[in-house]
Write a protein that binds this ligand. Structure first.
Ligand code: DAH
Length: 337
């Protein structure tokens, strides 16, 4: 029963130094200091040794144990420090870029349309989405018994109108009520555009939605004519869609304008319907009744007004064949714009 303790000390020193990872170091530690390790084996053999041997073996084993413990501990510290350094943040690495969002196509289109009119001198105004029946209907010459007021054609809100007894507030079905708000506060000449959301209980299909965006326009002065209206909207369509745009004015009826028209744009965006005309806006000369509700003196002013559908304009410009895609939030669609 004999051990070469010098050899053992050299071995353990070399093995600890050669342990390249904390896991490898643990294996070396177990080999020497573990319950079934070499030092434990030596101690276990002690009772069988002679008295002389005991002294030398005990001393040798103690020295190996002390040395191994000290070496393992020192190496563990060094390896841990290396590991945390390797895992630490390397500020010189290129960062992971955050994806910046972009404006929704509807917003982009709103801004683009407003820009065209702002360059022509129009000023942006806004109004609330929850409106009174007066502003949304009565003031616009849509009487109480007009079918457009039917509760099936309008979302009413479960909140009484504080200014009209027995009447309820509603989600505006058009941006036109802002005309009244603007005229009651301002005297002509005025030229405003009003972007915003509107709501109608329409059945949803490729070109209809129960919520969509409109841009209202209103210009009031002393001698505004229908020719001004045509010129303005033609200039807009050319600027927005390009000089070769195919547009037409079509006579129409709106209670708040007289005469009234709609503007259609010809396109091929709908599958199987090449050359289809799509209505993008209603327009006309402001009805005298509307001026009366605004409190303007009778016969003094004339005005032009229009209300355009932003979704449809975006569809025509970008060849989008279905209005529902705007609200689906599919990033594959949104990222294209
Ligand atoms: N408010 C109308 C609609 O939603 C659009 C409209 C037509 C607005 C004629 C106007 C206008 O200002 O003069 O269908």
């Amino acid at each position: 029963m004999s051990w070469n303790f010098d050899q053992i000390k050299n071995d353990v020193t070399a093995k600890v130094a050669g342990a390249a990872s904390l896991e490898a170091l643990e294996a070396v530690r177990l080999q020497y200091l573990g319950k079934k390790g070499l030092v434990a084996d030596i101690y276990a053999a002690l009772p069988k040794a002679s008295a002389d041997e005991k002294k030398a073996i005990g001393k040798g084993a103690n020295e190996v144990k002390t040395l191994a413990e000290a070496l393992v501990e020192a190496r563990r510290k060094a390896l841990s420090a290396e590991r945390s350094k390797a895992e630490a943040l390397d500020v010189t690495l290129p960062g992971v870029g955050h994806g910046w969002g972009t404006r929704h196509l509807i917003d982009q289109t709103l801004i683009e349309i407003c820009d065209v009119f702002e360059r022509m001198g129009f000023v942006i105004q806004r109004g609330p989405e929850i409106e009174s029946e007066f502003n949304n209907f009565t003031a616009l010459n849509i009487p109480l018994d007009h079918p457009a007021r039917d509760s099936f054609d309008t979302f009413y809100v479960d909140q009484k109108d504080p200014t009209a007894e027995g009447r309820y507030l509603l989600l505006r079905s058009q941006t036109s009520p802002v005309q009244m708000r603007v005229m009651q506060k301002n005297k002509p000449p005025l030229a405003v555009i009003v972007p915003g959301r509107v709501y109608r209980p329409d059945a949803v299909d490729a070109s209809h939605s129960f919520m969509f965006h409109q841009i209202e326009g209103l210009l009031v002065d002393k001698k505004v004519t229908f020719a001004d209206l045509k010129g303005l909207l033609t200039a807009f369509c050319k600027k927005f869609f390009g000089d070769d745009v195919k547009m037409r004015f079509r006579p129409h009826y709106f209670p708040f304008t007289e005469p009234s028209a709609e503007v259609d744009i010809q396109s091929n965006i709908f599958k199987g319907k090449a050359g289809k005309w799509l209505e993008i806006l209603g327009c006309g000369m402001v009805h005298p009744k509307v001026f009366e509700h605004a409190g303007y003196p009778s016969g003094e002013y004339t005005g032009l007004a229009f209300g355009m559908g932003v979704e449809r304009i975006a569809m025509l410009k970008h060849g989008i064949g279905d209005i529902r895609t705007f609200a689906e939030n599919d990033v594959r669609f949104l990222r294209q714009f």
